[in-house]
Design a protein around this ligand. Structure first.
Ligand code: HEM
Ligand code: HEM
Length: 243
């Protein structure tokens, strides 16, 4: 092979036409369209801001030094939470719109083929792959079936829950009769009282954090161990296959 014993010129320049001609060509499929990719990264940023600021709303930092009126720390923290909350909620609405007008991969996040035996067989295959029980997983063009389940329950449904409970609490701040109170105020008596909504909203954050930890681990792991590209697919939109 020319690449194993390159000529002196090849070694010096890095060019090797012989190796290029005999190498395999890469198969690539366009999977995630630009709006999906843009949404993914904006959404990831919004959730990071929501988790950090939400954590501090629940466990406020100790008293700041100096005059109280010199500091507006909790005000800034809550402002960042609410600004990110609007980006997160409007982003999800836009993403739902794209599920209708985008390609079929844009719809995977919002549905689960619960009644398909073929789907559950693939879930089992992925579980075996993660448990080191089979030597190779299958090749997936869209989300792998296990990721799809996590994304549906731990991202999509949980995000709706965070939006509904978040805007219910926000309505309390805006006041009775405000738009948030009128649209989401019913959530508070449904859950008991305001403190219950705080607690469930807070617990929801830990659910999302667990999802993100698994998600980022699996994305990087599958990129290295799996049979197709993963992280770069959410950047370029193209899925490439290693074999
Ligand atoms: C707060 C952080 C994050 C959240 C909430 C999140 C959420 C999601 C969601 C909901 C999807 C499904 C996208 C869709 O179908 O429209 C997805 C896909 C994806 N995410 Fe994230 N993500 C986060 C961070 C990251 C990071 C840091 C990485 C990179 C290491 C990453 C890599 C990916 C990849 C590669 C996919 C596509 C999976 C595939 O190829 O099937 N995500 N993410
Ligand atoms: C990823 C999504 C979100 C996360 C992780 C998150 C996290 C949190 C956490 C941990 C708290 C503190 C709860 C407590 O212990 O009392 C909180 C409070 C709050 N969140 Fe969120 N939240 C999210 C989305 C939203 C959304 C969409 C809204 C809508 C505006 C929102 C509005 C609020 C409000 C109004 C409070 C109470 C603020 C206060 O009492 O000063 N959150 N959030």
């Amino acid at each position: 092979m020319s690449s194993s014993s390159p000529s002196t010129a090849t070694s010096a320049t890095g060019t090797d036409e012989g190796a290029v001609i005999t190498s395999r060509s890469i198969k690539s499929i366009y999977v995630y369209e630009a709006p999906v990719r843009l949404w993914h990264w904006v959404n990831a940023l919004a959730i990071t801001v929501l988790c950090v600021t939400g954590y501090f709303i629940g466990s406020p930092p100790p008293t700041m030094p100096g005059e109280a009126s010199d500091n507006y720390l909790m005000g800034y923290i809550r402002f960042a939470h609410f600004a990110a909350a609007y980006i997160f909620a409007i982003g999800l609405a836009a993403r739902i719109y794209w599920a209708f007008v985008g390609n079929h991969h844009a719809r995977e996040l919002f549905s689960l083929p619960m009644f398909s035996t073929a789907y559950w067989k693939e879930v089992l295959t992925m579980l075996k792959w993660y448990a080191f029980l089979i030597p190779r997983p299958n090749r997936y063009v869209g989300h792998n079936p296990l990721a799809r389940m996590a994304m549906f329950f731990m991202y999509f449904l949980l995000s709706l829950f965070m939006i509904v409970t978040g805007f219910a609490l926000y309505g309390e701040g805006l006041g009775m009769g405000s738009w948030a109170d009128q649209l989401f105020g019913w959530v508070i008596p449904l859950m008991g009282q305001s403190q219950d909504v705080h607690t469930w909203h807070h617990l929801g954050m830990w659910g999302l954090i667990i999802f993100v930890i698994f998600h980022v681990y699996a994305a990087i792991r599958e990129d290295i161990m799996g049979r197709q590209s993963v992280v770069s697919t959410m950047i370029s939109g193209h899925r490439t296959f290693k074999d």
